[in-house]
Structures are given as C-alpha cells and as structure tokens.
Design a protein around this ligand. Structure first.
Ligand code: ADP
Length: 490
C-alpha cells in the first residue's frame, strides 16, 4: 500500500495515498538523535537501537538510547528553561505556543498517521481518524486552560511544579505524548519525556514540530531509550514530578523508587475491564461494542473490554453473532484502509499474548479463534475468545494486552457487579442496556474510573481518565488532568 519511493543517504521517503485524501509525503530518517534544549543531539551513550515495523519485521530507523548522562543533560536543560524562560512567559503566551503546536500537528496529520501506523502496527484508519486528531485536540483543549487556571482552581494560587518527567507506553504513542505534554505546559511546567522503545518515531516528529513552533529551547525535551532511560528520569534528583503510563509492574517499581522523595506521582496502569451486556441491550450494537472494546488497536488498550459478561438468556444469541462478526474481521497490512486488525506491536508482546492463549487452553477454557488470512511476515494474532472460564482463571484475572476476550455469563445484576468488581484492576467498564435506570444503577456500583454506556473506547480531551485499585491514581484529561501538574496554595 505504501510505496517506498526513494532511499537517499539518510532518509526513507514514502509516497502514501490509498487511505488518505491525497498523498502524504512521509520522511523517516535512518537515525534519530535525542531532542534536548531545542536541538537534536547525539546520545552521550553513543548507542542506538532499531525500531521495527511490526507488520513487516523490517527495521525502519535507528533510535538513540539515552543513558543517565543524557537524562541529566535533558533535566538540566528543562530546569534552565523553567527558571529563565517558561516561568516568566505569560499564561496567554503559553497558550499561544500550545495552540501553535496543535496547528502544526494538524497540518502534518497525514504524515503523523502514516508514521504511527508504520511504527506501531495499528491500522491506518485508527491513526488517521482517532489517534492523531485526538492528540491535536488535547493540545487545543489544554491551550485553552493556560490563561484560565484561576477558574480551574477557584480561590487558590496556582503554581507549576517545575520539571516533570513523563514516561509513556507504545499503544497510543503520539496520543499519550499529547496527554502528558499538553497539560504540563499549560500549567507552566517544563518537560522531559521518554517514549516507549518500540514506538519513538511520532514523539520525535513531535519534537520537530515543537522546534518549528518556536517553543523556547528546553521547555520540552524528548529522550528516547529503554527501561533504564525511564528509570534514570524517575531517579533524577531534580525532577519534581513523574507521570507514568504503562504496566502495573513498572508502575509499582516507580512508586517504590520515589517513596521518601518529594516527587509527585501519577500512574495510569493496567486494566481488565468488564463489558456487560444486559438482556434488554440492543444486541447488534452491543456486538459491535464488544468487537470495538477488545479488538480495537489489537487489544493493546489499557481500558480494553477484555472481560465480557452476558446475561444468560441472551448469551447464545450474542455469542453466535459475535463469532460471525469475528469471522468477518480483516487482519493484515495496517496501511490498508480496509484492514480491521493490524499487527501486534512487537515480537515480545506477541509472545506474551501466545503465552496467555496457551494458559487459557491449559486452564480448560474453550477457545474460539477466527481464522482469517494472515500475512506470512509480521507479528499477527487472530481475534480470540475463551468461553467456559472460571473467575479464578489467570486469563480472567491478568491483563493480556492483546485481542483475547474471556466470556462469562450471569443471571442477576448483583451477580455481575460482584464478578465485574472481582479484579485487582479498576480502569473502565461498559454497560449495554436499553434502560437508563439499569445503566445508572450498575454504573454507580462498578469500581472503575470510566464507565461507558452503550458505547466503548470513546475518548475526549474534556473527560478525565484514570483508574481505581491497581489501575493507578491521578486523572488525565479535563480540568482534573491539570491538577496533576500544579501546586495549589490557600
Ligand atoms: P509494557 O510492558 O507494556 O511494555 P512497560 O511498563 O514496560 O509496558 O513500559 C512502559 C514505559 O515504561 C516504556 O516507555 C518503558 O521503556 C518504560 N519503562 C520500563 N521499565 C521502566 C523502569 N524500570 N523505570 C521507568 N520506566 C520504565
């Protein structure tokens, strides 16, 4: 679908048309350095790692691997920018810079969408219609707050925290960067951000955009690398706050390592969200909602509706329709706009998913897999569901982060509340019903930060997102997302 037209000395150039109106000229350099103090600089580590297109297993580019010294350089640049420049910029001027970033992102939206798809394996229709527009919208939304903080926090003096360290995952690379950077800047902080190691490219494109926007040097620094680079940010003594989105396991490590320091922390971690179908639900819509809930972005979604609960008297019908729908899903080239399910983000993640599928079979659950044609090369996983599962099964309790659904049935609403809440996680939930009263009753009893009714995986910059229990703490999005980046004085 994408045509690689030239390979000059240091640039892959793609002309990409089919899924977009017109052509996107996409340039990916062979090698990317770190973005520190407004410039791309070579890593002091001297090390680079490959970033792979998971749909083809080809190396797309080489990415700098920042070490402790690189992180220290970035934090120093962020501190200097905070002290000398950003803390003196008026709130309305801060807003102008953030708006400018949003506009430049919009202008380059097609290019960003193609790069996101090449680097992450997600389908182009998602990058084009959901991720990139939402990322732009986060910048627009928080630009609006920059000079209205007094209204966000009435009767309080609002102060920025200083230098914030931000570590993001690979499932929504540019969108997570936007979720983190936009509110931090609006509140007056400077930033050191580390993208995930498998998906650094759109954050580095964002660095180019930030440079073009004229944002003062050092206000946003992007340090690429692996877990050790993230740990260097977490452990740096001059960082005032850590915002982390990723696995619960790493979130707990981070929490332990900053305990006893004065760093602030927000964590957005894993999930095992319940998607609940009541017997009066509009069944066809609900089936689409189940598909979207678990197969959207190959199930690489922290709030994925990975535990399906269907009321017993409609279970056979729902399952029949769901299996039929799964058989229709097209899996393959993520750059083809007709594809429903793209590639798994990395070989490592595919191994994890396959391990859980094997565990499910060992636990005695019944497996159903759609058997679509899958490209020979690349990391792919067929949409999978397990029935006949027990509440205690590992596939029901643990986050898989792939296109794997467990199905349980229930008779009464009390029973489903008990089962849905029986999880170490509490990020999101979905309810499908024709009756508002049943939706409100259930939603008030589910221990989850977000509850969707008759829809799933809907995101909006105005709406706070975050979890209960081991899904983390703190909220992102909306006015609540600002509180993570300010000190309030009475
Ligand atoms: P996943 O298991 O889904 O890859 P991780 O939690 O490992 O999720 O990764 C999320 C982000 O956290 C990535 O940017 C990764 O590099 C980073 N990371 C991994 N280990 C650590 C660590 N010990 N400290 C800080 N950041 C880390």
């Amino acid at each position: 679908m994408a045509k690689k037209v030239t390979k000059k000395e240091d640039v892959f150039s793609w002309d990409y048309a089919p899924a977009l109106e017109g052509t996107a000229h996409v340039k990916i350099k062979n090698k990317y350095d770190l973005f520190i103090d407004g410039k791309f600089v070579k890593p002091m580590s001297g090390r680079y790692f490959d970033t792979i297109n998971p749909a083809t297993e080809e190396c797309v580019s080489q990415i700098a691997h920042g070490n402790d010294a690189d992180v220290d350089k970035a934090v120093k640049a962020a501190r200097k920018a905070y002290k000398n420049v950003w803390s003196k910029v008026s709130p309305s001027d801060r807003a102008k810079y953030i708006y400018r970033i949003a506009r430049l992102m919009q202008e380059r939206a097609r290019e960003l969408a193609v790069i996101e798809t090449i680097d992450s394996g997600k389908v182009i229709t998602e990058s084009r219609d959901i991720d990139i527009p939402l990322a732009c919208n986060h910048f627009f939304y928080y630009a609006g707050w920059a000079d209205k903080l007094a209204y966000a926090f009435p009767n309080r003096k609002v102060e920025p925290l200083g230098v914030v360290g931000q570590i993001i995952p690979w499932n929504f690379p540019l969108l997570m960067a936007a979720w983190k950077i936009a509110p931090a800047l609006a509140a007056g902080n400077t930033v050191v951000l580390k993208p995930a190691e498998t998906t650094s490219l759109t954050a580095l494109k964002l660095a180019e955009i930030i440079k073009d926007s004229g944002l003062p040097d050092g206000v946003v620094n992007i340090v690429t690398g692996h877990g050790d680079t993230g740990a260097a940010i977490v452990n740096h003594a001059d960082v005032n706050k850590i915002a982390f989105t990723g696995s619960t396991q790493v979130g707990k490590l981070i929490q332990a390592s900053i305990a006893g320091t004065d760093k602030k922390l927000t964590l957005e971690l894993g999930g095992k969200s319940a998607n609940i179908i009541l017997d009066d639900a509009p069944i066809d819509q609900a089936v689409e909602g189940i598909v979207n809930g678990i197969f959207f972005n190959q199930g690489h979604v922290c709030c994925a509706g990975s535990r399906l609960f269907v009321q017993e008297n409609v279970a056979d019908l729902v399952l029949k329709k769901l299996k039929r729908r799964m058989d229709q899903l097209i899996i393959g080239d993520p750059l083809d706009k007709n594809t429903d399910i793209g590639a798994i983000n990395s070989k490592e993640q595919l191994n994890t998913i396959n391990k859980y599928i094997a565990i499910g079979k060992d636990e005695g659950a019944d497996i159903y897999q759609a058997s679509p044609k899958v490209p020979e090369k690349g990391y792919y996983c067929a949409p999978t569901l397990f029935t006949d599962v027990a509440q205690s099964n590992r596939i029901v309790q643990e986050e898989i982060f792939g296109p794997v659904l467990t199905v349980q049935t229930f008779r009464t609403v009390d029973e489903v509340i008990q089962k849905a809440n029986n999880s170490p996680y509490g990020l999101a939930a979905g309810i499908w019903s024709d009756k508002g009263a049943r939706v409100f009753n259930l939603s008030s009893k589910l221990k989850a930060g977000v509850v969707w009714a008759n829809t799933y995986n809907k995101f909006d910059p105005t709406s706070p997102f975050g979890g209960y229990k081991e899904s983390g703490f703190g909220r992102e999005g909306g006015v609540h997302g600002l509180s993570a980046y300010v000190n309030l004085k009475s």
